[in-house]
Design a protein around this ligand. Structure first.
Ligand SMILES: [Zn+2]
Ligand SMILES: [Zn+2]
Length: 231
């Protein structure tokens, strides 16, 4: 089978700590946000999406802000305010004779409906497509010679969200069986480490030195919530 870039990226990410898809997603998001600021501010397609989505979701808006590109953000957000202004100056909103028959609350809902986003955050949209490409690549390249199974088994495994994402796109029985078996093994190991950490916090055993279980609580949070993003 021809290997794609996503396959090689996954292979490399499995060898590093944490959920490989969280890692690749974070890198992809960084590239995307940088692309928006440095190349796409004047792209009409992006400007339209930005207006329709009323900007970005909180995570990506502040991710963009951390890059400190004041001019680019000013250009993109000014467009959104112009759009909001256009919506608010429509006759149906301004003129009492055109107000909805449902009274004040009906009119208020109408104003709100005009202002709310018309589509999802454009960065989220691309990130979701990227995650799906990762799910497909993992499913298609898990088994066989040079498959990802061995690396997966030796890794920290996937976070809960990404494991469920892969499961949602699996079409082959054997792939499903292996995915469930490996992830179960990894979670059992993590659960045992958590138990060991809890045991060593008991005053009777607190003199025993800590091993890998010392960081199991952080690992557990990352599996349930997704890896922590720095910066
Ligand atoms: Zn993940
Ligand atoms: Zn977003």
């Amino acid at each position: 089978m021809a290997r794609t870039k996503t396959f090689y990226d996954l292979r490399d990410a499995f060898a590093l700590p944490g959920c490989p898809i969280c890692r690749l997603k974070a890198e992809f998001t960084d590239r995307l946000l940088e692309g928006i600021i440095y190349e796409q501010v004047n792209d009409p397609g992006l400007r339209t999406k930005f207006r329709q989505a009323r900007g970005l979701c909180p995570e990506h808006a502040w991710g963009l802000a951390r890059r400190g590109a004041a001019l680019g953000i000013a250009i993109l957000t000014r467009d959104v305010f112009r759009e909001l202004e256009r919506e608010m100056s429509r006759p149906q909103i301004l003129f009492r004779s055109l107000w909805s028959r449902h009274g004040i609350s009906g009119r208020a809902r109408e104003v709100a409906a005009r202002l709310l986003p018309r589509r999802v955050c454009p960065v989220c949209e691309h990130v979701q497509e990227f995650e799906q490409a990762c799910y497909d690549s993992l499913g298609e390249n898990l088994l066989g010679e040079d498959g990802l199974l061995g690396l997966y088994r030796a890794s920290d495994g996937l976070c809960l969200q990404h494991f469920c994402g892969v499961l949602a796109r699996v079409h082959e029985g054997r792939v499903l069986e292996e995915l469930v078996a490996v992830q179960r093994e990894l979670w059992e190991k993590l659960e045992a480490e958590l138990s060991e950490l809890i045991r060593k916090n008991d005053y009777r055993f607190c003199g025993e030195p800590m091993g890998v279980e010392a960081v199991s609580w952080l690992r557990a949070l990352a599996v349930l919530a997704g890896e922590r993003r720095e910066g």
